[in-house]
Design a protein around this ligand. Structure first.
Ligand code: PGA
Length: 253
């Protein structure tokens, strides 16, 4: 039995209006009553964060944003700061999602600035990494993952320590929204590699405690096999987090 409490996180991406978001989070709050031993998080779009926070009320559901800017305030049209996310009720923020990297040209350098700023502001970063299909087919997976870890977590590697509260998410790009899940063996191989990297870069205590999520077409019917892997500490769920039945099905893995 792992010492790490599993985390099931729903990334709603650019979906759901305020009314739908509130209804969904209320259904999840109702559904998790009486369930223990698992942390649950939702990441709605920016415009729905405050309303979702109000709807969460006394439930233990955690609230995350899907992105942020690293600066505190200023002339950055279209951006949202860590302080604004905290003000809206967030405790966590997803950073470096592959859609941010691929569609919006984010790179390890800017992701590192965001990770640093989130951490120094008091937000827990959920840092995403993962290889594309061609990178995997070329046999570059381990190099890609190592470089993303080094680059996105540079602030911590330079400090020589990383808080165990930081959450990592391995999301093979070829498995996101495609219905192609990594097999538990494929996922476990990389999750183990990530944990070893944390051990070598920081220390064993940190690597024992840090939660490493898996993401990419997680569904109720594949969640338990993935979650049975020793180095998978939860799931970052896209599509299946938008309906209470399927998200609850994963929470009850
Ligand atoms: P998916 O998305 O579950 O729809 O594959 C996962 C993610 O992008 O976090």
């Amino acid at each position: 039995m792992s010492i790490r409490t599993p985390l099931i996180a729903g990334n709603w991406k650019m979906n759901l209006n305020i009314e739908q978001s509130v209804a969904l989070v209320k259904a999840i709050a109702e559904g998790i009553k009486g369930i223990s031993g698992v942390d649950v998080l939702v990441a709605p779009p920016f415009t729905n964060l405050y309303a979702v926070k109000q709807a969460i009320g006394n439930s233990e559901i955690l609230l995350a944003a899907q992105n942020m800017h690293w600066e505190k305030e200023g002339a950055f049209t279209g951006e949202v700061s860590p302080q604004m996310l905290i003000d809206a009720g967030c405790s966590h923020v997803i950073l470096g999602h592959s859609e941010r990297r691929n569609l919006f040209k984010e790179n390890d350098e800017t992701i590192n600035l965001k990770v640093k700023s989130a951490y120094l502001s008091g937000l827990t970063p959920i840092v995403c990494i993962g290889e594309t299909l061609s990178e995997r087919e070329n046999g570059w997976t381990f190099d890609v993952i190592r470089n993303q870890l080094k680059g996105s977590l540079r602030f911590f590697t330079e400090e020589g320590r990383m808080p165990a509260s930081v959450i990592l998410a391995y999301e093979p790009v070829w498995a996101i929204g495609t219905g192609k899940t990594a097999t538990p063996e494929q996922a476990q191989e990389i999750q183990f590699f990530i944990r070893e990297w944390i051990k070598e870069t920081f220390d064993k205590d940190t690597s024992d405690q840090v939660r490493i999520l898996y993401g990419g077409s997680v569904k109720p019917d594949n969640a338990s096999a993935l979650m049975a892997c020793p180095d998978i500490d939860g799931a970052l769920v896209g599509g299946a987090s938008l309906k209470p039945e399927s998200f609850m099905g994963i929470i009850k893995f």
